[in-house]
Design a protein around this ligand. Structure first.
Ligand code: PEP
Ligand code: MN
Length: 316
């Protein structure tokens, strides 16, 4: 099979003379990347980017199913929830230790203690951990405990943070800001990519519209659009998009049908006493039912739900 190598030229310098480049030996074609996001653009990288996560490649045929509570509340809570979501078929565990809360009087998360509990939950279940980092100075600390760094919607344009996560080699889940356009999301991704970290997953988590019945409005359009114009995997967050647990399943199914590479869903053992986002959290049984439905839907869109991590049997 013929292979070609694409060399991307980016930077703030003077415009490049295309004719000179095309005369160089080995150059087949010079293609100007027309979008302002260069590295994130599919013109630059026609193949899908695959981000490794717990034995699957996010962006490939296996759907990533990231599940867990909004916040890590206690050691017992996160370990119990990790077992429950793993049993139901989750690929990774989510849980916030540093919480970006609208009110300074709301629960702010357990901080490093929460990170330690997440690491214990990973130890107990084999599930990799997805957790938010809000402060550039804390990126190395969060990297010590987490497998995926989440950049929250409120921090999508925190350039110091994008720079810091771009310097790490940890996969990043970059959430779309609640009032940001698709292009702004890709420009935020570009900051991370241009600092050398290519493991970026984009996340559509709902945007603000005039509609107030739901917490946000899930922009389903963003999924096929992002898949078309970028090579980065796209994860859907139906929990924050809709804000009410009753509708999470339908939105998750819609997102996967539209081409999402995975979902991130809030699951709580006892949503009525959750410290944050209980109203949009699924109980484990409902989460298990959602995974079952996704198992049926996935083949229709050329996907599958990856098997849960198995306990490795010792060789006979
Ligand atoms: C979260 O994942 O709990 C969260 C705070 O999400 P977002 O940044 O999308 O609001
Ligand atoms: Mn939440």
């Amino acid at each position: 099979m013929a292979r070609s190598t694409i060399i991307g030229v980016i930077g703030r310098g003077t415009p490049i003379d295309r004719d000179k480049l095309s005369l160089l030996p080995g150059v087949q074609q010079v293609v100007p990347v027309t979008h302002p996001y260069k590295i994130a653009s599919r013109e630059f990288h026609p193949d899908d980017t695959l981000v490794p996560l717990n034995g699957i490649e996010v962006g490939g045929p296996n759907l990533a199913i990231i599940a867990g509570p909004c916040s890590v509340e206690s050691r017992e809570q996160i370990i119990e929830t990790a077992h429950a979501v793993r049993e139901a078929g989750a690929t990774a565990l989510r849980g916030g230790a540093f919480k970006p809360r609208t009110s300074p009087y709301s629960f702010q998360g357990l901080g490093e203690e929460g990170l330690r509990y997440l690491a214990e939950a990973r130890e107990a279940t084999g599930l990799p951990v997805v957790t938010e980092v809000m402060d550039p100075a804390l990126v190395p600390l969060v990297c010590d405990y987490a497998d995926v760094l989440q950049v929250g919607a409120r921090n999508m344009q925190n350039y110091a943070l994008l720079h810091a996560v771009g310097e790490s080699q940890h996969p990043v889940l970059l959430k779309r800001g609640m009032s940001n356009t698709i292009e702004e999301l890709l420009m935020a991704a570009e900051y991370i990519l241009s600092h050398g970290n290519m493991r970026v997953m984009l996340c559509e988590r709902g945007i603000r519209t005039f509609e107030t019945y739901t917490r946000n409005t899930f922009d389903i359009n963003a999924i096929p659009v992002l898949k078309h114009i970028s090579h980065l995997p796209v994860i859907a967050d139906p929990s924050h998009a809709v804000g009410k647990w009753e509708y999470v399943e339908a939105v998750a199914m819609g997102a996967v049908a539209a081409g999402a590479d995975g979902i991130i869903v809030e699951v709580h053992m006892h949503p009525e006493i959750a410290q944050s986002d209980g109203q949009q959290s699924l109980k484990p049984e409902r989460f298990a039912a959602l995974v079952e439905k996704l198992r049926q839907l996935a083949p229709v869109v050329g996907r599958q739900v990856a098997p849960s991590p198995q306990v490795v049997e010792p060789h006979a």
